[in-house]
Ligand binder design. Structure first.
Ligand code: 5AD
Length: 342
């Protein structure tokens, strides 16, 4: 390997696709050295305090039919739900009470029937002084602008794969439309998050390297990589898990290329390997998402699989401690609610 030595700093933006492909395959000592560089970059940019987000999965209705997701419209066997404004605001109070989570993350299938509910709740969540992060899929430009005007400040829309043919094959809609939505979100003033899935059908190291190049080009505020999880009652239920090393290496490369970005260590990592989320923090991540969806609905939000790993506040805090990191506190004045942390 010519370009890469354990001692030297690397400028990711100067790397060619074939060099990225080499980085993606690192294992053992060389991989540890990549992670080490990512952690140094995180520290140098002051992004090594771990941000906690509270996710509430507000609806599992979905217009789309993505082959990897059990919430796809064609899955008629799944009981559907949608939280009311009242339920959302009640749960928001629970998030608020932790005193260490200042971002509420509202996630759903692509369900436009959520929009009137969101228009009602976003201003109320702002009154609670919570930052509002949305992940609701593709919407018309005006809807994004409306959510931004009401006070939502960030939005996640993953491109999943940078290859337009693969995207069309698994999601049945165009990648171009998705990228158009991302630019509408940026124009509306949102901080945006995006990223890829590792382990989709037909993917190669070459297309994974292209995913990285696309993520860098988009200059997102948040970026993520998650391993594919085979999901029951989907066309891809028999496919294997995505490769954890490629996923972790992608995360470390994202950190080196986008030093100030928020990078989550996703629950899918923990699902495929015990301490997987710790490995994500060690590879340069700095966000953990804690699940606040009521138990009754949680099983119906089939984002990864029937038995997904549900992140509790306790698990998140332990993982952060094991990584030797600290929690990013909403403000200096905020007092911790120790009963929740112990
Ligand atoms: N495996 C991995 N990632 C998945 N997502 C959804 N289903 C799966 C799966 N089976 C990810 C997609 C989506 C985000 C909300 O969750 O990247 O954009």
């Amino acid at each position: 390997m010519k370009f890469w030595t354990q001692e030297e700093n690397i400028d990711i933006k100067q790397l060619t696709k074939s060099e990225l492909i080499e980085l993606l395959q690192l294992e053992g000592e060389m991989q540890q050295s990549l992670f080490q560089k990512a952690r140094v970059m995180r520290r140098l940019h002051g992004t090594d305090k771990v941000m906690l987000r509270g996710v509430m999965e507000i609806s599992n209705y979905c217009q789309k039919n993505c082959d990897y997701c059990a919430m796809r419209a064609a899955n008629k066997g799944l009981e559907r739900y949608r939280l009311s404004a009242e339920e959302i605001l009640y749960l928001a109070e629970e998030i608020k009470k932790t005193n260490i989570i200042s971002t509420i993350f509202l996630q759903s299938g692509q369900d436009p029937n959520c929009d009137p509910i969101l228009e009602e709740v976003i201003p109320e969540l702002r009154k609670l002084n919570l930052n509002v992060l949305l992940c609701l899929g593709e919407r018309p430009r005006e809807v994004y602008s409306k959510f931004a005007e009401l006070g939502a400040d960030s939005y996640i829309l993953k491109f999943e794969t940078s290859n337009p043919d693969f995207y069309k094959e698994i999601a049945y809609t165009s990648l171009q439309k998705r990228l158009q939505c991302l630019s509408w979100l940026q124009e509306a003033g949102f901080k945006v998050g995006t990223g890829n899935i590792v382990g989709l059908p037909n993917q190669t190291l070459d297309t994974l390297a292209e995913d990285i190049l696309l993520a860098i080009k988009l200059q997102p505020d948040f970026v993520s990589s998650s391993p594919f999880i085979p999901n029951q009652n989907t066309p891809l239920e028999k496919l294997s898990y995505g490769n954890i090393n490629y996923t972790l290496n992608t995360m470390a490369i994202y950190r080196l290329a986008l030093p100030s970005a928020l990078i989550p260590t996703v629950s899918a990592l923990e699902k495929i390997q015990k301490h997987g989320q710790l490995m994500g923090l060690n590879a340069g991540a700095n966000v953990l998402t804690i699940n606040f969806t009521p138990t009754g609905y949680r099983q119906k939000f089939r984002i990864y699989s029937e038995k997904r790993f549900v992140v509790s506040l306790d698990h998140a805090l332990k993982t952060i401690e094991e990584a030797g990191l600290q929690v990013h506190l909403p403000s200096q004045e905020t007092s911790l609610n120790y009963s929740l942390i112990s």
